[in-house]
Ligand binder design. Structure first.
Ligand code: NAI
Ligand code: MG
Length: 353
């Protein structure tokens, strides 16, 4: 916006979601100060805790409440005691779908001070972005459970692939490739999924023909997973369905610095609705409440939000501050081999800014 004032909805959620969001909020606040724009935050307590009290993850008009914001920063939702399908379908998926956030963008980059599964690689050999379809595919409510408790019990879980949905995500990947190294790799599995994936592949080939300047290839998702570990330098933009993109992006995160470093954006490319930014990781109940979660993923998710709002300089500054702090290595949370707290690492990034 021209007045450089942005309304941000913050949904810290559960577990370490609340801990890392507090740090990201501080870092972004400092970036706003330095780069001269205004972030106006509203916090929502929508979470599993709220579900336990009210029977709902968010109020009935939750989507309407969020619609007026320029961006949404989400921690993580899900906590023991509330089934994961309740937290997912009660908050995360309705937001992604109501706001047509059909791109899930997951950049990964080997950050300094990080022990990679691929030690010895540098950031330029290991930098890619997963473009995950975020509105349909394998994550569908279609299907059912039949003959419950009978010997013949069975379930059906259907996938939904629409021409509109597949075309727009693949086109997004090709457009993104033009701003990067000009390579796109599509995840398929047409040997096993004999209806959906041949359809996906056909549309990929059609769109590839519209982008003769972009190098395109497709791989079965299993082989692609192996390449991600063995030859990550041959990958840049990777586009996949909802399920494939989900799995590949956790793998990509693990190959770089682990889940504590991986940000993501749920993007509505036309800008008709707010986009939502979140770390790839969940609420980590095993370490929640101890103040030791790595806030980097959520801080980098915040940087993606600044970029999306039209503040690329501030976004770059946040990323640089993170890299400086990590390279220096004096302040590191336990997942990075140190003994600093979430707040220490957040404060170090803020100070660097
Ligand atoms: P998780 O990502 O919460 O944790 C997996 C492992 O990574 C744990 O050992 C955890 O300690 C570690 N880890 C994650 N983030 C970390 C960080 N920032 N710093 C240091 N270590 C970190 O995944 P999990 O355990 O499968 O799920 C826990 C809950 O989170 C579930 O209820 C799940 O449904 C929910 N979840 C929510 C997501 C979201 O809101 N977008 C995404 C993934 C899971
Ligand atoms: Mg995931």
């Amino acid at each position: 916006s021209a007045d450089r004032s942005y309304r941000i909805a913050s949904i810290p959620g559960d577990g370490i979601g609340t801990e890392v969001t507090a740090e990201a909020t501080n870092v972004l606040g400092r970036a706003a100060e330095v780069y001269g724009f205004d972030l106006r935050w509203s916090e929502f307590d929508w979470s599993c805790e709220r579900y336990a009290e009210t029977g709902r993850m968010m109020p009935e008009d939750g989507i309407d409440q969020l619609a007026v914001f320029d961006g949404i920063l989400l921690g993580a939702v899900g906590f023991p005691g509330v089934p994961d399908h309740v937290s997912l379908w009660g908050l995360l998926l309705p937001v992604r779908r109501a706001f047509a956030q059909y791109v899930n963008l997951r950049p990964v980059r080997l950050l300094p001070g990080t022990a990679s599964a691929l030690a010895g690689r540098s950031a330029d050999e290991l930098e890619m972005v997963i473009v995950r379809e975020n509105s349909e595919g394998e994550y569908s409510e279609l299907g059912g459970r039949h003959n419950r408790g009978q010997p013949g019990e069975f379930v059906l879980q259907e996938s939904v692939f629409t021409r509109v949905g597949v075309e727009r995500i693949i086109r997004y990947a090709f457009d993104l490739a033009r701003t990067r190294t000009g390579r796109v790799c599509s995840a398929t599995k047409s040997n096993g999924l004999v209806h959906s994936m041949p359809f996906w592949d056909e549309i990929f080939a059609e769109i590839a023909a519209e982008y003769p300047d972009i190098h395109s290839e497709q791989m079965h998702v299993d082989a692609l997973a192996a390449r991600m570990v063995q030859q990550p330098d041959r990958l840049d933009v990777v586009v996949g369905s909802n399920l494939f993109g989900d799995i590949l992006s956790d793998l990509a995160a693990a190959v770089t610095g682990g889940l504590g470093m991986a940000p993501s954006g749920n993007i509505n490319p036309p800008g008709q609705h707010p986009s939502m930014f979140e770390a790839v990781h969940g609420s980590a109940p095993d370490i929640a409440g101890k103040g030791i979660a790595n806030p980097v993923a959520q801080v980098l998710a915040g940087a993606m939000m600044l970029e999306h709002l039209g503040e690329p300089e501030a976004a770059r500054a946040v990323r640089c501050a993170v890299e400086k702090v990590l390279a220096d290595g004096a302040v590191a949370t336990p997942d990075l081999g140190g003994s600093s707290t979430t707040a220490d690492l957040g404060a170090a990034v803020t100070a660097e800014l």
